[in-house]
Ligand binder design. Structure first.
Ligand code: BG6
Length: 518
């Protein structure tokens, strides 16, 4: 008990400690293109407001929102104020908002119109930012992906976001690009060319919000700040790995995008493959952006290519039909607003990836993601091999499993076997369970806070590099292409509120494994 109290006291000390100056943003300005959209209102502004509340943004930090909608500074501030009351209700404080809102400006304009960029320069000048020596500029592309190339070209051509090769040069200019980064390898390469023409790689922050999640960052700490897991983190001890990202939501109001994307582009190319690389990578030589990303890239490059003839052994798909979630009837995908009546867009996929390197040879990584599953749960589960010789009832023995719960109920559980007390010798599986909430209280910040701040302080570890994005597309492209050629005849094949289609279960059972129900 005393030991536990001292651990709790240490945690409290660490959490109370002032944030190092290196993690605080210097005076800079943020220009958000797509300032009227959902992402800005629901995620970016609340994240910025949290940062401000926690003293991580300077008082003279300036935001300029740019979009077509005809707001002016005042009406835009009103819109954002309302959004914060809804999406940052936990920290909303009128006094902080009054000060913060004075530094928010709005420019209505067309991204293709050169005059808009001169007006933007004037807006930044009149906000006083150009007077601050060394004041950096961060541009956030929260616009539909088809706008990226022309917007990036204009940023460069008008000189408002100059290409800077020297990483130390001040003032800095950086650009954050949202996902999806391309629709496939070819378009990602083309987009990378556009980006490279305009900026040096160190100026570019390709965002994958999963990397900003506490538990995802903790994967690196868990693996590389502990010594006991590394010796068993390989093909000699691991039977297989399961990575699940289950969502109970349907496509909501995003059918226009999702119909063109489907689950592989939406979740696998980015979030799930990122979880795989962090789980499978070698220890980096240093904890620097490039050292970490080099190791992640090697994992992607080691993933076994799959031919169309083998595809059925590696990937299965599904689409949800009507069903029930939390006791409420919900429509099938094809009945969602904006979805074609005969849509063949997959909302479920299960894929086996083989990482052909010395550490992981022959260890399957099963990745699964779907909309409209019974509840939201993202988890990485490392299932270890059974002992070679079993003295106890083998049929009852469960393999050791390390489950890293990414969300919700963030935590890590290690499952092992113990003897049930009693005269007879029976075994049972129990969990040693660490939960974030119990150890640290309620989560204090969201992924976008970490990522926005990282981009302001020039920390790129949690952003994907050009070669990494392309390597991820190279991994998923064959699946997408095969599925686009071979149309499914069996959709919908799972009811909303279930753990996916039967073929998904059969797929993994054929390999001698069973899906977990996280
Ligand atoms: C987004 C996808 O990138 O991630 C969405 O486009 C998905 O379809 C979302 O719902 C999941 O993110 P989170 O943080 O809720 O797990």
């Amino acid at each position: 008990m005393t030991e536990r109290l001292s651990v709790m006291a240490r945690i409290a000390d660490v959490m109370r400690a002032p944030v190092s100056e290196l993690r605080k943003a210097e005076t800079c300005s943020l220009v958000i293109f797509g300032a009227g959209g959902d992402l800005t209102r629901r995620k970016l502004m609340p994240a910025l407001f949290h940062l401000r509340t926690h003293g991580l943004l300077p008082d003279d930090f300036t935001i300029v929102g740019v979009a077509r909608e005809p707001y002016d500074d005042d009406s835009y501030r009103e819109l954002i104020g309302k959004s914060l009351k809804e999406f940052a209700a936990d920290v909303f404080d009128q006094k902080v908002w009054d000060a913060f809102s004075r530094r928010i400006f709005y420019l209505s304009g067309d991204f293709n119109d050169q005059a808009m960029y001169s007006a933007l320069q004037q807006k930044l000048d009149s906000a006083g930012q150009s007077m601050v020596p060394g004041c950096g500029r961060l541009f956030y592309l929260a616009v539909p992906p088809q706008v990226y190339p022309s917007l990036i070209d204009q940023l460069s051509a008008t000189g408002i976001a100059p290409r800077v090769v020297d990483t130390k040069l001040r003032p800095w200019t950086r650009v954050i690009i949202e996902k999806p980064f391309g629709r496939g390898l070819d378009s990602a390469r083309t987009l990378n060319k556009v980006v490279r023409r305009a900026f040096a790689e160190h100026q570019v922050y390709r965002i994958d919000h999963y990397l900003g999640k506490e538990t995802v960052q903790n994967l690196l700490v868990f693996r590389f700040a502990n010594s006991i897991f590394e010796p068993v983190w390989n093909r000699h001890h691991v039977h297989h790995v399961q990575i699940t990202a289950a969502e109970s939501f349907g496509v909501e109001r995003r059918a226009g995008y999702y119909e063109q994307a489907g689950v592989i582009r939406d979740m696998f190319q980015n979030h799930l493959l990122q979880l795989l690389t962090l789980t499978a990578m070698e220890p980096p030589v240093a904890f620097t952006a490039d050292a970490v990303r080099n190791e992640k890239l090697k994992v992607l490059e080691a993933i076994r290519p799959v031919t169309p003839a083998e595809m059925h052994e590696y990937a299965v798909r599904g689409q949800y039909g009507p069903g029930t979630i939390n006791g409420k009837p919900v429509p099938g995908y094809r009945e969602e607003p904006g979805v074609a009546a005969e849509s063949i867009t997959p909302t479920y996929a299960a894929v086996r990836f083989m990482v052909d390197n010395w550490r992981w040879h022959d260890v399957p990584f099963y990745l699964r993601s779907a909309k409209r599953m019974p509840h939201r749960a993202t988890e990485i589960a490392i299932q270890f091999k059974l002992p070679p010789q079993v003295f106890f009832r083998k049929d009852k023995l469960q393999p050791n499993t390390l489950a890293i719960r990414v969300q919700p109920d963030e935590g890590i559980a290690l499952r092992f076997e113990v003897k049930v007390p009693g005269i007879e010798l029976h075994t049972v599986s129990v969990d040693m369970d660490f939960t974030y909430k119990e150890a640290f209280g309620e989560a204090s910040h969201e992924a976008y806070e970490t990522l926005l701040l990282d981009a302001m302080v020039g920390e790129a570890t949690l952003f994907t590099r050009a070669d990494e994005v392309e390597a991820a597309w190279a991994v998923v492209d064959p699946i997408i292409e095969f599925w686009e050629l071979k149309k499914p005849s069996h959709f919908p094949n799972y009811a909303a509120g279930t753990w996916g289609p039967e073929i998904g279960d059969e797929f993994i059972e054929k390999m001698g494994c069973v899906w977990r129900k996280p």
